[in-house]
Design a protein around this ligand. Sequence first.
Ligand SMILES: *Cc1c(COP(=O)(O)O)cnc(C)c1O
Length: 383
Amino acid sequence: MTPEAVAPRAYASIDLGALQRNVRRLADAAPKAELMAVVKADAYGHGLLPCAAAARTAGATWLGVALPEEALALRAAGDTGRILTWLTVPGDPIDACIAAGIDVSAYDVGALAAIGAAAQAADTVARVHLKADTGLSRGGATAAGWPELLAAADRLARDGVIAISGIWSHLAYADAPGHPVVARQVAAFESALAAAARLGIEPEVRHLANSAATLCLPATHYDLVRPGIAVYGVSPGPALGTEAELGLEPVMTLHARLALVKEIPAGAGISYGHEYIAAEATRVGLVPLGYADGIPRAATNVGPVLAAGAIRTVAGRVCMDQFVVDLGSDPAVAGDDVVLFGDAARGEPTAADWAAACDTIGYEIVTRIGPRVPRVPSVGREG
Ligand SMILES: *Cc1c(COP(=O)(O)O)cnc(C)c1O
Protein backbone atom coordinates (compact mmCIF):
# COMPACT_ATOMS: atom_id res chain seq x y z
CA MET A 1 0.00 0.00 0.00
CA THR A 2 1.25 3.50 -0.64
CA PRO A 3 1.23 5.54 2.56
CA GLU A 4 -1.25 8.03 1.10
CA ALA A 5 -3.76 5.39 0.05
CA VAL A 6 -6.49 4.58 2.54
CA ALA A 7 -6.29 0.87 3.25
CA PRO A 8 -9.50 -1.02 2.52
CA ARG A 9 -11.65 -2.73 5.18
CA ALA A 10 -9.52 -5.79 4.75
CA TYR A 11 -6.97 -6.99 2.26
CA ALA A 12 -4.55 -9.81 1.61
CA SER A 13 -1.11 -8.43 1.03
CA ILE A 14 0.71 -10.64 -1.52
CA ASP A 15 4.51 -10.63 -1.43
CA LEU A 16 5.57 -11.74 -4.90
CA GLY A 17 9.24 -11.37 -3.98
CA ALA A 18 8.71 -13.99 -1.28
CA LEU A 19 6.96 -16.21 -3.83
CA GLN A 20 9.95 -15.96 -6.13
CA ARG A 21 12.37 -16.82 -3.33
CA ASN A 22 10.20 -19.82 -2.44
CA VAL A 23 10.25 -21.04 -6.05
CA ARG A 24 14.04 -20.76 -6.11
CA ARG A 25 14.30 -22.55 -2.77
CA LEU A 26 12.17 -25.40 -4.15
CA ALA A 27 14.19 -25.55 -7.37
CA ASP A 28 17.36 -25.79 -5.26
CA ALA A 29 15.81 -28.70 -3.36
CA ALA A 30 15.27 -30.57 -6.63
CA PRO A 31 18.28 -29.51 -8.72
CA LYS A 32 17.92 -32.18 -11.41
CA ALA A 33 14.20 -31.67 -12.01
CA GLU A 34 12.19 -29.02 -13.76
CA LEU A 35 9.72 -27.13 -11.61
CA MET A 36 5.96 -26.88 -12.12
CA ALA A 37 4.44 -24.20 -9.89
CA VAL A 38 0.92 -25.33 -9.03
CA VAL A 39 -1.40 -22.32 -9.32
CA LYS A 40 -4.81 -24.02 -9.11
CA ALA A 41 -7.63 -22.50 -7.06
CA ASP A 42 -6.58 -18.92 -7.84
CA ALA A 43 -3.01 -19.72 -6.81
CA TYR A 44 -4.22 -21.16 -3.49
CA GLY A 45 -6.18 -17.95 -2.93
CA HIS A 46 -3.24 -15.66 -3.67
CA GLY A 47 -4.36 -14.45 -7.13
CA LEU A 48 -3.75 -16.53 -10.26
CA LEU A 49 -2.15 -14.19 -12.77
CA PRO A 50 0.35 -12.23 -10.65
CA CYS A 51 1.48 -15.41 -8.90
CA ALA A 52 1.82 -17.30 -12.18
CA ALA A 53 3.89 -14.50 -13.70
CA ALA A 54 6.12 -14.29 -10.62
CA ALA A 55 6.64 -18.06 -10.63
CA ARG A 56 7.66 -17.92 -14.30
CA THR A 57 10.15 -15.15 -13.55
CA ALA A 58 11.65 -17.27 -10.78
CA GLY A 59 12.18 -20.14 -13.20
CA ALA A 60 9.06 -22.30 -13.18
CA THR A 61 9.14 -23.91 -16.62
CA TRP A 62 5.70 -25.43 -16.02
CA LEU A 63 2.47 -24.25 -14.41
CA GLY A 64 -0.02 -26.76 -13.05
CA VAL A 65 -3.76 -26.29 -12.56
CA ALA A 66 -6.65 -28.57 -11.76
CA LEU A 67 -9.33 -27.18 -14.09
CA PRO A 68 -9.19 -26.53 -17.84
CA GLU A 69 -10.75 -23.11 -17.24
CA GLU A 70 -7.77 -22.21 -15.07
CA ALA A 71 -5.35 -23.26 -17.82
CA LEU A 72 -7.28 -21.26 -20.42
CA ALA A 73 -7.21 -18.20 -18.16
CA LEU A 74 -3.41 -18.42 -18.08
CA ARG A 75 -3.22 -18.67 -21.88
CA ALA A 76 -5.71 -15.83 -22.31
CA ALA A 77 -3.46 -13.69 -20.12
CA GLY A 78 -0.57 -14.34 -22.49
CA ASP A 79 1.30 -17.15 -20.75
CA THR A 80 2.93 -19.10 -23.57
CA GLY A 81 4.79 -21.70 -21.49
CA ARG A 82 4.00 -25.29 -20.64
CA ILE A 83 0.79 -25.69 -18.63
CA LEU A 84 -0.77 -28.93 -17.38
CA THR A 85 -4.44 -29.33 -16.43
CA TRP A 86 -5.51 -32.53 -14.71
CA LEU A 87 -9.12 -32.52 -13.61
CA THR A 88 -11.81 -32.67 -16.26
CA VAL A 89 -15.30 -34.05 -16.62
CA PRO A 90 -16.92 -35.02 -19.92
CA GLY A 91 -18.04 -31.88 -21.70
CA ASP A 92 -15.25 -29.67 -20.34
CA PRO A 93 -13.46 -27.33 -22.81
CA ILE A 94 -10.69 -29.87 -23.33
CA ASP A 95 -10.73 -29.18 -27.08
CA ALA A 96 -10.00 -25.50 -26.38
CA CYS A 97 -7.11 -26.55 -24.14
CA ILE A 98 -5.65 -28.81 -26.80
CA ALA A 99 -6.04 -26.13 -29.47
CA ALA A 100 -4.25 -23.74 -27.08
CA GLY A 101 -1.31 -26.12 -26.68
CA ILE A 102 -2.09 -26.94 -23.05
CA ASP A 103 -0.92 -30.33 -21.78
CA VAL A 104 -3.81 -32.49 -20.61
CA SER A 105 -4.06 -35.56 -18.45
CA ALA A 106 -5.82 -38.86 -19.04
CA TYR A 107 -6.94 -41.23 -16.29
CA ASP A 108 -8.79 -43.76 -18.46
CA VAL A 109 -9.38 -44.79 -22.06
CA GLY A 110 -12.63 -42.80 -22.27
CA ALA A 111 -10.85 -39.53 -21.49
CA LEU A 112 -8.03 -40.51 -23.82
CA ALA A 113 -10.48 -41.08 -26.69
CA ALA A 114 -12.02 -37.65 -26.12
CA ILE A 115 -8.55 -36.12 -26.16
CA GLY A 116 -7.73 -37.92 -29.40
CA ALA A 117 -10.95 -36.72 -31.04
CA ALA A 118 -10.29 -33.15 -29.92
CA ALA A 119 -6.74 -33.28 -31.29
CA GLN A 120 -7.96 -34.50 -34.66
CA ALA A 121 -10.68 -31.84 -34.77
CA ALA A 122 -8.11 -29.15 -34.00
CA ASP A 123 -5.64 -30.73 -36.46
CA THR A 124 -2.96 -30.75 -33.82
CA VAL A 125 -1.06 -33.23 -31.66
CA ALA A 126 -2.36 -33.32 -28.09
CA ARG A 127 0.29 -33.54 -25.37
CA VAL A 128 -0.99 -36.04 -22.82
CA HIS A 129 0.18 -37.02 -19.33
CA LEU A 130 -0.95 -40.52 -18.41
CA LYS A 131 -1.77 -40.74 -14.73
CA ALA A 132 -1.12 -43.88 -12.74
CA ASP A 133 -2.99 -44.45 -9.50
CA THR A 134 -0.14 -45.80 -7.37
CA GLY A 135 -2.10 -45.89 -4.12
CA LEU A 136 -4.00 -42.66 -3.53
CA SER A 137 -7.14 -44.13 -5.13
CA ARG A 138 -8.08 -40.70 -6.44
CA GLY A 139 -7.42 -39.86 -10.11
CA GLY A 140 -5.49 -42.13 -12.44
CA ALA A 141 -5.54 -45.70 -13.67
CA THR A 142 -5.01 -48.50 -11.17
CA ALA A 143 -2.45 -51.20 -11.89
CA ALA A 144 -5.29 -53.26 -13.37
CA GLY A 145 -6.27 -50.51 -15.81
CA TRP A 146 -2.76 -49.31 -16.64
CA PRO A 147 -1.94 -51.76 -19.50
CA GLU A 148 -5.16 -50.86 -21.32
CA LEU A 149 -4.50 -47.12 -20.91
CA LEU A 150 -0.91 -47.52 -22.10
CA ALA A 151 -1.93 -49.58 -25.12
CA ALA A 152 -4.59 -47.06 -26.16
CA ALA A 153 -2.17 -44.17 -25.72
CA ASP A 154 0.52 -46.00 -27.64
CA ARG A 155 -1.86 -46.50 -30.59
CA LEU A 156 -2.84 -42.82 -30.64
CA ALA A 157 0.80 -41.79 -30.36
CA ARG A 158 1.82 -44.06 -33.24
CA ASP A 159 -0.98 -42.53 -35.30
CA GLY A 160 0.41 -39.07 -34.59
CA VAL A 161 -2.73 -37.98 -32.75
CA ILE A 162 -1.16 -37.52 -29.33
CA ALA A 163 2.29 -37.25 -27.83
CA ILE A 164 2.81 -39.00 -24.50
CA SER A 165 4.43 -36.07 -22.71
CA GLY A 166 4.20 -37.32 -19.18
CA ILE A 167 3.65 -40.27 -16.91
CA TRP A 168 2.73 -39.20 -13.43
CA SER A 169 1.17 -39.99 -10.10
CA HIS A 170 0.41 -38.37 -6.74
CA LEU A 171 1.42 -39.33 -3.20
CA ALA A 172 -0.87 -40.02 -0.26
CA TYR A 173 1.69 -39.59 2.56
CA ALA A 174 4.28 -37.10 1.31
CA ASP A 175 3.82 -35.10 4.52
CA ALA A 176 4.96 -38.17 6.52
CA PRO A 177 8.22 -38.92 4.69
CA GLY A 178 9.02 -42.15 6.54
CA HIS A 179 5.59 -43.65 6.02
CA PRO A 180 5.71 -47.09 4.35
CA VAL A 181 3.05 -46.07 1.82
CA VAL A 182 5.56 -43.64 0.26
CA ALA A 183 7.94 -46.46 -0.66
CA ARG A 184 5.04 -48.60 -1.88
CA GLN A 185 3.87 -45.79 -4.16
CA VAL A 186 7.38 -45.19 -5.54
CA ALA A 187 7.63 -48.93 -6.31
CA ALA A 188 4.22 -48.87 -8.01
CA PHE A 189 5.26 -45.82 -10.02
CA GLU A 190 8.44 -47.62 -11.10
CA SER A 191 6.29 -50.55 -12.28
CA ALA A 192 4.05 -48.22 -14.26
CA LEU A 193 7.12 -46.63 -15.89
CA ALA A 194 8.62 -50.04 -16.66
CA ALA A 195 5.40 -51.15 -18.37
CA ALA A 196 5.54 -48.03 -20.53
CA ALA A 197 9.20 -48.62 -21.35
CA ARG A 198 8.39 -52.16 -22.50
CA LEU A 199 6.12 -50.59 -25.14
CA GLY A 200 8.90 -48.23 -26.13
CA ILE A 201 7.13 -45.24 -24.57
CA GLU A 202 9.58 -42.56 -23.46
CA PRO A 203 7.70 -39.71 -21.81
CA GLU A 204 9.27 -36.29 -21.79
CA VAL A 205 8.66 -35.95 -18.03
CA ARG A 206 7.95 -38.39 -15.21
CA HIS A 207 6.56 -36.65 -12.13
CA LEU A 208 5.39 -37.57 -8.66
CA ALA A 209 6.43 -34.95 -6.07
CA ASN A 210 4.22 -32.32 -4.45
CA SER A 211 5.64 -29.68 -2.06
CA ALA A 212 6.38 -32.05 0.81
CA ALA A 213 8.09 -34.54 -1.48
CA THR A 214 10.03 -31.79 -3.26
CA LEU A 215 11.42 -30.68 0.11
CA CYS A 216 11.87 -34.04 1.83
CA LEU A 217 11.80 -36.98 -0.61
CA PRO A 218 14.52 -36.71 -3.28
CA ALA A 219 13.72 -40.21 -4.56
CA THR A 220 10.41 -38.84 -5.86
CA HIS A 221 11.80 -35.94 -7.89
CA TYR A 222 12.18 -37.68 -11.29
CA ASP A 223 12.14 -35.11 -14.14
CA LEU A 224 9.68 -32.58 -12.76
CA VAL A 225 8.40 -31.56 -9.33
CA ARG A 226 4.94 -30.07 -8.71
CA PRO A 227 5.00 -27.93 -5.57
CA GLY A 228 1.94 -25.89 -4.68
CA ILE A 229 1.58 -24.88 -1.04
CA ALA A 230 5.30 -24.31 -0.49
CA VAL A 231 5.37 -21.82 -3.38
CA TYR A 232 3.11 -19.71 -1.17
CA GLY A 233 5.40 -20.09 1.83
CA VAL A 234 3.06 -22.29 3.86
CA SER A 235 4.42 -25.48 5.39
CA PRO A 236 2.87 -28.64 3.92
CA GLY A 237 2.31 -29.88 7.46
CA PRO A 238 3.50 -29.59 11.04
CA ALA A 239 5.49 -32.85 10.84
CA LEU A 240 7.78 -31.27 8.24
CA GLY A 241 8.49 -28.13 10.26
CA THR A 242 7.56 -24.47 10.17
CA GLU A 243 7.91 -22.33 7.08
CA ALA A 244 11.11 -20.82 8.54
CA GLU A 245 12.56 -24.27 9.23
CA LEU A 246 11.82 -25.23 5.63
CA GLY A 247 13.40 -22.05 4.28
CA LEU A 248 10.08 -20.65 3.05
CA GLU A 249 8.52 -17.20 3.43
CA PRO A 250 4.77 -16.66 3.71
CA VAL A 251 3.40 -14.86 0.66
CA MET A 252 -0.02 -13.81 2.01
CA THR A 253 -0.56 -11.53 4.99
CA LEU A 254 -4.23 -11.05 5.84
CA HIS A 255 -4.97 -7.60 7.20
CA ALA A 256 -8.16 -5.95 8.43
CA ARG A 257 -8.90 -2.55 9.93
CA LEU A 258 -10.89 -2.28 13.11
CA ALA A 259 -14.40 -1.01 12.41
CA LEU A 260 -15.08 -0.01 16.03
CA VAL A 261 -13.35 0.03 19.39
CA LYS A 262 -15.44 0.34 22.55
CA GLU A 263 -15.64 -0.50 26.24
CA ILE A 264 -17.91 -3.26 27.45
CA PRO A 265 -18.74 -3.99 31.10
CA ALA A 266 -17.74 -7.02 33.15
CA GLY A 267 -20.03 -9.95 32.42
CA ALA A 268 -20.99 -8.83 28.90
CA GLY A 269 -21.49 -11.72 26.49
CA ILE A 270 -19.85 -11.34 23.08
CA SER A 271 -21.36 -12.34 19.71
CA TYR A 272 -24.12 -14.89 18.97
CA GLY A 273 -24.75 -17.34 21.75
CA HIS A 274 -22.50 -15.42 24.16
CA GLU A 275 -19.77 -18.03 23.88
CA TYR A 276 -17.32 -15.48 25.28
CA ILE A 277 -18.08 -13.53 28.46
CA ALA A 278 -15.91 -10.57 29.42
CA ALA A 279 -14.41 -11.44 32.80
CA GLU A 280 -13.98 -7.76 33.62
CA ALA A 281 -14.67 -4.44 32.00
CA THR A 282 -12.64 -4.44 28.80
CA ARG A 283 -12.08 -2.81 25.45
CA VAL A 284 -13.12 -4.76 22.36
CA GLY A 285 -12.31 -4.29 18.69
CA LEU A 286 -14.63 -5.20 15.83
CA VAL A 287 -12.80 -6.98 13.00
CA PRO A 288 -14.73 -6.70 9.70
CA LEU A 289 -14.03 -10.20 8.37
CA GLY A 290 -16.24 -13.26 8.76
CA TYR A 291 -17.00 -16.63 7.37
CA ALA A 292 -18.26 -15.03 4.14
CA ASP A 293 -14.64 -13.98 3.66
CA GLY A 294 -13.32 -17.43 4.43
CA ILE A 295 -12.60 -16.99 8.14
CA PRO A 296 -13.46 -20.42 9.53
CA ARG A 297 -16.40 -20.36 11.93
CA ALA A 298 -14.38 -22.99 13.79
CA ALA A 299 -12.07 -20.10 14.79
CA THR A 300 -14.66 -19.08 17.39
CA ASN A 301 -12.76 -18.42 20.65
CA VAL A 302 -9.52 -19.90 19.20
CA GLY A 303 -8.30 -18.00 16.10
CA PRO A 304 -5.20 -15.83 16.75
CA VAL A 305 -5.09 -12.15 15.74
CA LEU A 306 -2.28 -9.60 16.08
CA ALA A 307 -4.07 -6.48 17.34
CA ALA A 308 -2.85 -3.51 19.40
CA GLY A 309 0.63 -4.99 19.62
CA ALA A 310 -0.22 -8.44 20.95
CA ILE A 311 -1.65 -11.71 19.75
CA ARG A 312 -5.27 -12.02 20.91
CA THR A 313 -7.82 -14.71 20.36
CA VAL A 314 -11.12 -14.34 18.52
CA ALA A 315 -13.68 -13.51 21.24
CA GLY A 316 -16.98 -15.30 20.69
CA ARG A 317 -18.45 -16.64 17.49
CA VAL A 318 -17.16 -15.74 14.05
CA CYS A 319 -20.16 -14.20 12.22
CA MET A 320 -20.74 -13.88 8.47
CA ASP A 321 -18.99 -10.53 8.13
CA GLN A 322 -17.31 -9.79 11.45
CA PHE A 323 -15.90 -10.98 14.72
CA VAL A 324 -14.66 -9.39 17.94
CA VAL A 325 -11.27 -9.35 19.64
CA ASP A 326 -10.78 -8.56 23.33
CA LEU A 327 -8.09 -5.88 23.58
CA GLY A 328 -8.06 -5.73 27.39
CA SER A 329 -6.83 -2.31 28.44
CA ASP A 330 -4.58 -1.81 25.40
CA PRO A 331 -5.10 1.30 23.31
CA ALA A 332 -6.58 1.02 19.82
CA VAL A 333 -8.86 3.09 17.65
CA ALA A 334 -11.17 2.39 14.75
CA GLY A 335 -9.15 2.13 11.56
CA ASP A 336 -6.18 0.44 13.22
CA ASP A 337 -4.61 -2.42 11.30
CA VAL A 338 -4.83 -5.97 12.64
CA VAL A 339 -3.21 -9.07 11.14
CA LEU A 340 -4.94 -12.43 11.15
CA PHE A 341 -2.03 -14.33 9.65
CA GLY A 342 1.26 -13.58 7.97
CA ASP A 343 4.89 -14.15 8.89
CA ALA A 344 6.00 -15.41 12.32
CA ALA A 345 9.27 -13.53 11.72
CA ARG A 346 7.26 -10.30 12.11
CA GLY A 347 5.50 -11.57 15.23
CA GLU A 348 2.32 -12.36 13.31
CA PRO A 349 0.24 -15.51 13.66
CA THR A 350 0.67 -17.85 10.68
CA ALA A 351 -1.71 -19.80 8.48
CA ALA A 352 -0.33 -22.86 10.30
CA ASP A 353 -1.40 -21.34 13.63
CA TRP A 354 -4.91 -20.83 12.28
CA ALA A 355 -4.90 -24.37 10.91
CA ALA A 356 -3.89 -25.79 14.30
CA ALA A 357 -6.53 -23.70 16.07
CA CYS A 358 -9.28 -24.72 13.64
CA ASP A 359 -8.31 -28.37 13.22
CA THR A 360 -7.52 -28.01 9.53
CA ILE A 361 -4.49 -27.48 7.27
CA GLY A 362 -2.71 -24.31 6.19
CA TYR A 363 -3.84 -25.02 2.61
CA GLU A 364 -7.47 -24.52 3.57
CA ILE A 365 -6.79 -21.36 5.56
CA VAL A 366 -5.21 -19.48 2.63
CA THR A 367 -7.27 -21.00 -0.18
CA ARG A 368 -10.66 -20.21 1.33
CA ILE A 369 -10.09 -16.45 1.65
CA GLY A 370 -12.98 -15.12 -0.41
CA PRO A 371 -13.43 -12.71 -3.29
CA ARG A 372 -14.53 -9.80 -1.06
CA VAL A 373 -10.92 -9.55 0.14
CA PRO A 374 -8.75 -7.74 -2.41
CA ARG A 375 -5.32 -9.15 -3.11
CA VAL A 376 -2.83 -6.30 -2.98
CA PRO A 377 0.78 -6.73 -4.10
CA SER A 378 3.04 -5.73 -1.24
CA VAL A 379 6.01 -3.51 -1.71
CA GLY A 380 8.83 -5.75 -0.59
CA ARG A 381 12.22 -6.92 -1.63
CA GLU A 382 12.43 -8.03 -5.23
CA GLY A 383 12.80 -11.77 -5.66
C1 LIG B 1 -2.52 -29.74 -5.62
C2 LIG B 1 -1.64 -30.69 -6.28
C3 LIG B 1 -0.24 -30.56 -6.21
C4 LIG B 1 0.44 -29.58 -5.30
O1 LIG B 1 0.38 -30.10 -3.98
P1 LIG B 1 1.01 -29.34 -2.73
O2 LIG B 1 0.84 -30.28 -1.60
O3 LIG B 1 0.23 -28.09 -2.58
O4 LIG B 1 2.43 -29.08 -3.08
C5 LIG B 1 0.53 -31.42 -6.97
N1 LIG B 1 -0.04 -32.36 -7.75
C6 LIG B 1 -1.37 -32.53 -7.80
C7 LIG B 1 -1.94 -33.60 -8.63
C8 LIG B 1 -2.22 -31.72 -7.06
O5 LIG B 1 -3.54 -31.92 -7.11
